[in-house]
Write a protein that binds this ligand. Structure first.
Ligand code: CAO
Length: 447
């Protein structure tokens, strides 16, 4: 394989330009026409593409370097026939590669980075539309020089912006949407998230430092970096736990009849392949309670409360990568069978890491069900900017006094956490009581 130098080509009127961005590193395999560096004059910026495909062996420029026509950008081990004539063999320097200035029109041939699940729920992060925090950088941010310049001027990390153009190309609108989302607090840059890690040191709150312990002194240990989803959800949980004056009310709902109905419905529908779950009934019952007590379906915006006239219900799903919160949209307009089917599909997507942002955003209320696992009550953390979350544990048969005797009833433990800035304790107790009534007799939904 021949080593070739890739040089700065004819850059028009400019004597010298500054390297403002390195887009490849030693060891990268690059394609012909792939952008290598961005250079900037006082008038414009442009990307210098490679005329040759190959593997980067030596990077000859660094950020801030002044380069001009003929300056060597890097040395490549050319990959066979892909080598273009304009690339200069190291041994025999030749003419520089022609620049297609501004060279960005050539789209990176890699697929755009997949939109990575933003996590939510008790671990909530509501991903802003244009924000793709921490997406694996499979390629370079795909944007024109003017958009790059715009992003630089605003201090926007372009690699965190999700492009909505063809092949994930980032437009000025995408940069603006990202900036708005960060300013509105509905998204974070990686740098911001890093300042509030899951195990944040609390310095910003004036707390004493987090204990630093050499655990290996006490026994064998294994250290594993947390996955991206856990890191994002951790930072969000921490914020929500600290910032929301949250209170949890516990209650029980008698679901004896509802469970019997669920079991018989599943028997009747055995062939349909759709299993009706208790969670689907809970979603429907919560919608009824949210309609009766609209403050639970609201968000706080400064001094105003925003009441939402739509009912999108998130449900926490346990996945190998961490907690995700898929959203059943317009749950008020859907029947139990449809909700059960959608939940099954969304939970599978969540476990497979295939949820898209639209499937994880916009929830107005969240349910976290540990019913399939066990436990009695817990205190879920509100998935901001929502103002309440319902935790559900495993139903058990309990002796319930019917006025004459104790009778065995199937009781479902409910744990409702609510934001005391928006909701009062009395309303929370009423919400739980009403939810219990509906779950006890679903005909009440019709009233
Ligand atoms: N009481 C008793 N049994 C229950 C129940 C309840 N409240 N809820 C579900 N079950 C039963 C189901 O009927 C099912 O039994 P069968 O297989 O015999 O029919 C079994 O438990 C398993 O249910 P499931 O968990 O598969 O289904 P689901 O609809 O209840 O929940 C999902 C789906 C995605 C919410 C769940 O799989 C999950 O991920 N739960 C964890 C959520 C979580 O982690 N929350 C904590 C957030 S805070 O960190």
């Amino acid at each position: 394989m021949a080593l070739v130098e890739v040089k700065v080509p004819d850059i028009g009127d400019f004597d010298e330009v500054t390297v403002i961005e390195l887009m490849v590193k030693v060891g990268d395999t690059i394609k012909a026409e792939q952008s290598l560096i961005t250079v900037e004059s006082d008038k414009a910026s442009m990307e210098i593409p490679s005329s040759t495909a190959g593997v980067v062996k030596d990077l000859r420029v660094k950020l801030g370097d002044k380069v001009k026509q003929g300056s060597v950008v890097l040395v490549l081990e050319a990959s066979g026939a892909a080598s273009a004539p304009a690339a200069a063999p190291v041994e025999a320097p030749a003419a520089a590669a022609p620049v297609t200035a501004p060279a960005v029109a050539s789209a990176p041939t890699e697929a755009p980075a997949p939109v990575v699940a933003s996590v939510v729920a008790s671990s909530a992060i509501s991903a802003a539309p244009a924000h793709n925090p921490g997406a694996p950088s499979l390629g370079l941010p795909h944007a024109s020089p003017s958009v790059r310049k715009f992003a630089r001027e605003l201090g926007v990390p372009l690699e965190e912006v999700k492009g909505t153009g063809p092949k994930g190309r980032i437009s000025q609108d995408d940069v603006q949407a990202f900036t708005k989302a960060v300013m509105a607090g509905s998204a974070q840059t990686k740098a911001q998230a890093a300042k509030a890690p899951a195990g944040g040191d609390g310095a910003a709150l004036g707390l004493i430092p987090w204990p630093k312990v050499d655990f290996a002194k006490f026994g064998p240990i294994e250290r594993k970096e947390m996955g991206r989803i856990k890191k994002i959800s951790g930072a969000n949980l921490l914020r929500n736990a600290i910032m929301i004056p949250a209170v949890t009310n516990h209650d029980d709902a008698d679901i004896t009849d509802l469970e019997a109905f669920r079991v018989s419905t599943n028997k009747e529908n055995e062939k349909s392949g759709v299993k009706v779950t208790m969670l689907a009934f809970l979603i429907k019952a919560c919608v009824a309670a949210l309609k009766k007590y609209p403050e639970f379906n609201s968000s706080l915006d400064g001094d105003a409360i925003v009441y939402k006239n739509y009912w999108h219900i998130g449900f926490a799903a346990d996945t190998p990568n961490g907690l995700m919160v898929p959203v059943i949209r317009d749950a008020d307009k859907k029947g139990i069978l449809q909700i059960s089917q959608e939940m099954g599909e969304l939970a599978k997507k969540a476990r497979d890491g295939k949820l898209g942002p639209a499937e994880m955003t916009g929830a107005t209320f969240t349910i976290s069900s540990l019913g399939g696992i066990g436990g009695k009550y817990f205190t879920p953390i509100i998935n901001a900017p929502e103002v309440a979350i319902l935790g559900v544990c495993k139903s058990t048969h309990e002796p319930v006094w019917d006025g004459k005797q104790f009778v065995p009833r199937l009781m479902l433990p409910l744990s409702l956490t609510w934001d005391h800035r928006v909701i009062d304790g009395a309303a929370a107790a009423r919400f739980n009581a009403y939810l219990g009534q509906i779950l006890g007799d679903f005909r009440r939904v019709l009233l």
